[in-house]
Write a protein that binds this ligand. Sequence first.
Ligand code: PLP
Length: 346
Amino acid sequence: MTTTPTTAYGNAFTAHMVLSTWTEQDGWGEPRLTPMGEIPMHPAMVGLHYGQVVFEGLKAFRGEDGALALFRPEENARRFRASARRLAMPELPDELFLRAVDDLVARDGHVLGDDGSHSLYLRPLMFASEPDLMLRPAREYTFLLIAFVTGGLFGDADAISVWVCHDQSRAMPGGTGDVKCAGNYAPTYLAQNQAAEHGCQQVVWLDSVERRWVEEAGAMSLFFVRGGPGDARVVTPELTGTVLPSVTRASLLELAADLGHPPVVERVSLEQWRKECESGEMTEAFSCGTAAVVTPIARVRDRGGDWVVGDGAPGPVTRALRSALLDLQRGRTPDTRGWMRPVALG
Ligand SMILES: Cc1ncc(COP(=O)(O)O)c(C=O)c1O
């Protein structure tokens, strides 16, 4: 394990973590900031066997004035509770969630230097820690929060190619696609491998009933742009219960309206995507999320043939939305909606 921050994604952990436990008797304990390190684990821990595990992902940024701030952590706290509810786990009160992220950023936020391309990715996790192999919700849970530095935020993101998956599903009606549980992710690796074999960086997920409607791209939300910059309409699939209510998606819907592109939330079929790109009506597409920010989509590879989105280069609306989001997160534009939560270094 390394505790030396680098810009590698996913393993440049900071020096501390926050821990708390829940028991039937005492409820949630006060979150404790401790040195980053290994945690004791019983081999019969419920989370390990039956997947009672939920998590979140959010970021802290250093603004151009040097101050640190979290982006919309209240939304992640709310979604963390929704995920826990779905898996019959105890909900962590928002106040404890926010105190945990504040404490860790205050303690370890100094690892964010002046490099504006870096941010601090925070990973809250809750798992059933009771050692008992009965098939029922556990009676003991552990919350933990870790963080790592991630880089590569600025400049235009490289446009990606996406592979349409027809034979596997990410989510189903009545399932867990609209929450962030660990079990949603490993089943997507096989399709991700297939995408890579076809020279694509991400998988496009279709709805699992009609296999017709486009839902998400990998672990990211999807957006489309119809029309040119003057009359562009920004479109994203609706939250049908099989799509994760992404914080970035919700934020971009508001930022699109600010930029004069009234957003439309509607279902988009794979066939529409292809036909509208071929006719020129659809000019841009991009995926988005906390980790990916805004990533342009250049090309779609499907079993029936490939197509290019627009001219295959990041489009002006995609670039404008990406800049609007990054400018807000880095304190270059005023935070009129109170989305940034300032944290003072401890
Ligand atoms: C399945 C899925 N969709 C979309 C997203 C993007 O969500 P957010 O913008 O809240 O990071 C994520 C990442 O959390 C995800 O796992």
